[in-house]
Design a binder for this molecule. Structure first.
Ligand SMILES: Cc1ncc(COP(=O)(O)O)c(C=O)c1O
Length: 360
């Protein structure tokens, strides 16, 4: 932590010390590089659809606050996700915003939130910003699966208000073992919430919608990995009474009319996005097999649009790929268990060929 130079007359002096000690979320510069670092869908919208979307966005009433169209998007997403009857859905400006709102919602004095580690960094970050204690429970080192006994013991000891389970997990791509999940979800009932964060659901063989039968479970998804990372739409589904409480924290008009229209348009063309997801899943398997064949490289099974792999020297491989025009993410410093690991986002067939060739 850097302690900033302090002058009592500086306007910065009124800011929270913990905020000033934070590092801003870093986005790696990617101009001119094959971008395989942040799990974006690599496929652009086909030209005909781009033109059609342009017309639609041009006709949006930018002079008005978001209103009925946002309600239309909630309905369209509920249908798309097959939200069970009796459930409710709320919208966030990306699921990052929902993570922050849920953390605010449970931020009673003494409350804690929990997640396995390594996992998505925003769970701990949101907790830190809101003064909520974060408890991370290390995964099993050999396969990045949940450590069932350690998780159950931590739940019993800490009684977390909220358990974050990214399913599949980021940055490992792991789909948690079902029996372990059943046990954790039961252990959290009835007073703790479980959020199944399904950001990578379009690429996974399993989902958690059936868990919404239990009122302490919420399912969160996003349109980012589906193909609209730039549009910023996340959504939270769960018991109507619970979702209605979290809704109270949502800033009014948090989703713009342009985001709403672009998301509605994408849902009208969901078959196109389903085709893209199928291609990404096929490329993931191709990349995984190629990584397995590389001497000294260990890829971990993934159900997301990324593959985590351990290299003999991740920093050197990262630099080599960058020199060849390919940007990936070196996650080595994120957690001791990730030493020498790179997270490779799955690209188009051509990008996958380039990546495999560069690594070979
Ligand atoms: C597990 C997980 N949840 C949520 C998010 C945030 O997604 P969004 O773009 O909707 O804010 C990410 C982004 O990488 C993620 O990996």
């Amino acid at each position: 932590m850097n302690s900033p130079p302090e002058s009592p007359t500086s306007p910065l002096a009124v800011l929270r010390d913990d905020v000033r000690a934070l590092h801003a979320y870093a986005v790696q510069p990617a101009a001119g590089l094959v971008k395989l670092d942040v799990m974006e869908n690599p496929f652009p919208l086909p030209a005909a659809l781009q033109a059609e979307l342009g017309q639609r966005l041009g006709a949006v009433a930018l002079n008005r606050y978001p209103a009925e169209r946002t309600e239309g998007l909630r309905t369209a997403l509920a249908r798309h996700a097959r939200l069970p009857a009796g459930g409710a859905l709320m919208l966030g400006n990306g699921s990052d915003e929902l993570i922050s709102l849920l953390t605010q919602a449970i931020a009673k004095p003494g409350a804690c939130v929990m997640s396995p580690l390594p996992s998505f960094v925003m769970y701990a970050m949101s907790a830190q910003l809101l003064g909520v204690r974060f408890v991370g429970v290390p995964c099993r080192a050999d396969d990045f699966q949940l450590d069932r006994e350690a998780m159950l013991a931590a739940i019993a000891a800490e009684k977390p208000a909220l358990l974050w389970l990214a399913y599949p997990n980021n940055p490992t791509g792991t789909l948690w073992d079902t029996a372990t999940l059943d046990a954790l979800v039961d252990a959290m009932a009835p007073h703790g919430l479980v959020v199944m964060d399904e950001a990578y659901q379009p690429f996974a063989a399993n989902d958690s919608l059936h868990r919404l039968r239990q009122p302490h479970v919420l399912v969160m998804r996003t349109m980012s990995k589906f193909g609209l990372a730039g549009v910023r739409i996340g959504y939270l589904m769960g018991d109507a009474a619970l979702v209605a409480e979290v809704e109270k924290l949502r800033p009014p008009f948090n989703v713009s009319v342009l985001n709403t229209e672009a998301a509605l348009f994408a849902l009208e063309h969901e078959a196109e996005y389903a085709r893209q997801a199928a291609q990404i899943r096929a490329q993931r398997e191709r990349l995984f097999t190629a990584l397995q064949a590389l001497p000294g490289v260990t890829p971990f099974p993934s159900q997301a649009n990324m593959v985590l792999a351990r290299f003999p020297d991740a920093a050197a491989t990262f630099a080599l790929l960058k020199a060849k025009g390919i940007l990936v993410k070196n996650v080595s410093a994120m957690h001791p268990m990730l030493t020498n690991c790179l997270r490779l986002t799955v690209g188009t067939p051509d990008e996958t060929s380039q990546l495999i060739q560069a690594l070979t």
